[in-house]
Write a new protein. Structure first.
Lengths: 116, 115
């Protein structure tokens, strides 16, 4: 149990286009989802926290108009990178937690975004 | 901001040897977690230690936590080639009106276990 999927696993897009990444909890209801970004050979940086039905809370330095997060249901959160640029190329990882999962949260497999 | 610092950044050992990596942090925590990441893949949760715990074991893993020094260590005993991965510590802080923890990750330790 406690499986989180991400789609797509890899995406290549042209500069200026928008890309949507989905994060799904497959067998549980995710009250809260987290979005992270990881540059090559670096650590994960939390971008934002989203609760189902609420606006996301963004970390300092993360542009909310550039990284649109929607958590419309208890099993799906989406991250849209708008007007993507090469510097947005990164590994995006989501994680999900429930009100009953205590301290544990479950990570998705990540999405590799390459902006040309 | 990245509050966890890990040491060493990279570690190369022979199969069968033990691997030890350390993590330091700066602010108050509810818990500290260790994760493993294989190259280009997602994270695998290894172990969680609460702020009121000092040591925890899980199989070949041993984690210690010293809140007075704001540091933690992860020991992998009798390492195997399959343990080759990057290991991250993450400090967890419970949030109001949110499930799970707000995690702040350390820089990671890249471990290479040579057969």
């Amino acid at each position: 149990g406690a499986v989180v999927s991400q789609h797509p696993s890899r995406v290549i897009c042209k500069s200026g286009t928008s890309v949507k990444i989905e994060c799904r909890s497959l067998d549980f209801q995710a009250t809260t989802m987290f979005w992270y970004r990881q540059f090559p050979k670096q650590s994960l940086m939390l971008m934002a926290t989203s609760n189902e039905g609420s606006k996301a809370t963004y970390e300092q330095g993360v542009e909310k108009d550039k990284f649109l997060i929607n958590h419309a249901s208890l099993t799906l959160s989406t991250l849209t990178v708008t007007s993507a640029h090469p510097e947005d190329s990164s590994f995006y990882i989501c994680s999900a937690a429930t009100g009953t999962s205590g301290n544990e949260q479950f990570f998705g497999p990540g999405t590799r975004l390459t902006v040309l | 901001s990245q509050q966890g610092e890990e040491d060493p950044q990279a570690l190369s050992i022979q199969e069968g040897e033990n691997a030890t990596m350390n993590c330091s942090y700066k602010t108050s925590i509810n818990n500290l977690q260790w994760y493993r990441q294989n190259s280009g893949r997602g994270l695998v949760h290894l172990i969680l230690i609460r702020s009121n715990e000092r040591e925890k074991h899980s199989g070949r893993l041993r984690v210690t936590l010293d809140t007075s020094k704001k540091s933690s260590s992860l020991l992998i005993t009798a390492s195997r080639a399959a343990d080759t991965a990057s290991y991250f510590c993450a400090t967890g802080l419970r949030q109001i009106k949110a499930a799970g923890n707000k995690l702040t990750f350390g820089g990671g330790t890249r471990v290479l276990v040579k057969p």
